[in-house]
Design a protein around this ligand. Sequence first.
Ligand code: HAM
Length: 427
Amino acid sequence: MSTFQPVRGMRDLIAEDAETLSYVIGKARETAQLFGFKEVITPVVEPFELLSAKSGEEIRQRMFIFDDLGGRKVSLRPEFTASIARLTTTTLKNEPKPLRLFSAGSVYRYDEPQKGRYREFWQANFELMGSGRPEADAEVILLANNLLKNTGLKNFALKLGHVGVLKGIMTQEGIDDKAQNAILQKMDKKEYETALALVDSENCRKILRGLIELKGANVFDTVDKMKTQVQGYEKAVAAVENLEAILRLVTESGCEIEVVDPAFARGLEYYTGVIFELYVPQLEIALGGGGRYDKLIEVFGGESTPAVGMATGIDRIALAMQAQKTRLQKPTQKRVTVIPIKEEQKAEALKIAQMLREAGLPAEFEVMGRKMGKALEDADKRKVDYAVIVGERELKEGKVVLKDLVGRTQAEVNIETLPSKIRENGC
Ligand code: HAM
């Protein structure tokens, strides 16, 4: 039988790749705690109807869908937001607001595999439910900024926009929701001419083109020009004012926003307000994105609840860290291997390995039954720091041989003092 490979778009992560992924998840979890977000774990498989309700055509077409053995149409989650909204309308329905919820896990989209784009990937997801105020938007944007900073990434940039501006204009021009979504999907892909071709009204096309082509000297200048551009479109004016209020809060609290894009749209259909994405110069694709979605919870039968959230692509952050050669800030741990010289010392050696672990030192046991020379050679190759050699003669005196595999020294050491000797680099 031939050997198996992972399914296209899915990966085995090993060594540094696995380590970096877990590291980034750890940083996301730390950031969640710093901002008061509580972790929740939801299923990977959800009803297809839930996941497709408001996600939009783009995601709907890329979902892994199947019938389970009970005949239910289900799907692998392509994101977390729908699951968290479901949770908010059911189990957490009576919890006081705001709710701050964090999740991390794998998500699945049938995307065309390429660098930074996979069919199974990982997200760290944050949702803040219950506040429609600009400070809630600012809080989520600041969280995104903090998270990237905490991973050690440099020169990352935040791009901001507001779907309320484009939607406000199109609604006033009588374009229905379905057509609006189709136009926004094209704008998200920067296919502006195709997007404009879907707009019947000449006047509306003109206003939208103006927004697409609008350039400002800085972000506040861009916002001022947007205001002029959308004059007469009440909802769009309110949206620009809301964008400005959020922008002020974020920048005045010390987080820089590099770009305000008046024609910015995102692939997901549920957004109603501010939207944003995170980038680094080394990658063209976004490391994360999010925005305000005030109508989703009521679509799932809950009370009308304003909400804002974002997700970072863990794999892409890991890629960016590799591109920037970011070092993982981890306490250096000494690695130890424990080798019994003979069969008779096995049990005692296992006990010593256990004692080291209880003292917080990572200890591996020689499980291959190799002779000491071979076991040491292998430890050397795997860059283990110390070998603890358990022999009959030393054991009788309550001792073992501690061998420093880096410094090439060795000494007989009392078993009780072994952890402190290893910590103090002592032999
Ligand atoms: P999204 O922009 O679809 O938003 O995904 C968030 C992040 O997931 C992206 O910025 C990217 O880093 C990563 N990502 C997306 N597709 C792939 C892929 N095929 N391979 C690797 N990474 C990928 C959401 O998912 C929303 N649920 C965010 C949100 C939460 N909005 C409000 N609350």
